[in-house]
Design a binder for this molecule. Structure first.
Ligand code: ZN
Length: 212
């Protein structure tokens, strides 16, 4: 499905189906995928759609693609649940996500979100990296996403989000679009569009490991 007139998929994914005949280019890589929010923390809610559901749905698709490339993928959640017990602080829920990376020997940590702001005209993809540290992972994913999908490129930015600054491993937080924008909200709920997002993110992770 095409999402705008100037849709032009660039061929940056030569590595994607196997680099130089390597069928499992991400073998031995441990990737922690964090679908943002869940359970009592729904994240943004707009037009009847919940951010936590979109994050999870795309993350499960990314997991499948990375597993095909040989990576060991660990999800911070696979269902609609909060990670820390009810009554805990939000920070405890976020720390539990960081702990998944700590306890699994992760190579990288990628958190998936969608934006929700009062201005319904804002749209596009933004990738964040931990303030004062490398932007490499966020840049690889952002570049791949905007090449994969016809979407507004809001670039990469440093941020002090909890899951970024408390992670010891290279980490990125991807805002995959704006749930507050009516057109993007519809796309974000669309299965084909979610597959494009997942492909862009998976290719970005592959490029991060192989093309550095
Ligand atoms: Zn979020």
């Amino acid at each position: 499905m095409l999402y705008c007139d100037d849709y032009n998929q660039k061929n940056i994914g030569e590595c994607y189906s196997g680099c130089g005949g390597v069928s499992k280019p991400l073998l031995n890589k441990i990737v922690v995928l964090d679908p943002g929010h869940g359970g009592i923390y729904s994240g943004g809610v707009h037009y009847g759609f919940r951010e936590s559901d979109i994050n999870l749905s795309v993350a499960l698709k990314v997991r499948k693609k990375l597993a095909r490339l040989g990576a060991k993928v660990i999800m911070t959640r696979k269902r609609d649940v909060n990670l820390a017990p009810e009554g805990s602080t939000l920070d405890a829920d976020l720390q539990a996500r960081v702990d998944v990376a700590k306890n699994s020997g992760a190579d990288i940590f990628v958190s998936l979100h969608v934006d929700d702001v009062p201005n319904i005209n804002l749209k596009g993809v933004t990738s964040y990296f931990p303030e004062g540290r490398s932007s490499g992972l966020a840049s690889a994913i952002q570049t791949s996403l905007v090449n994969e999908i016809c979407v507004v490129d809001n670039g990469v930015s440093p941020a002090n989000f909890y899951v970024l600054v408390h992670n010891d491993v290279p980490s990125a937080l991807i805002e995959m679009g704006y749930l507050s924008n009516p057109a993007e909200a519809l796309r974000l709920m669309n299965n084909s569009y979610q597959n494009l997002l997942a492909r862009g993110i998976a290719k970005g992770i592959l490029n991060y490991f192989l093309c550095r």
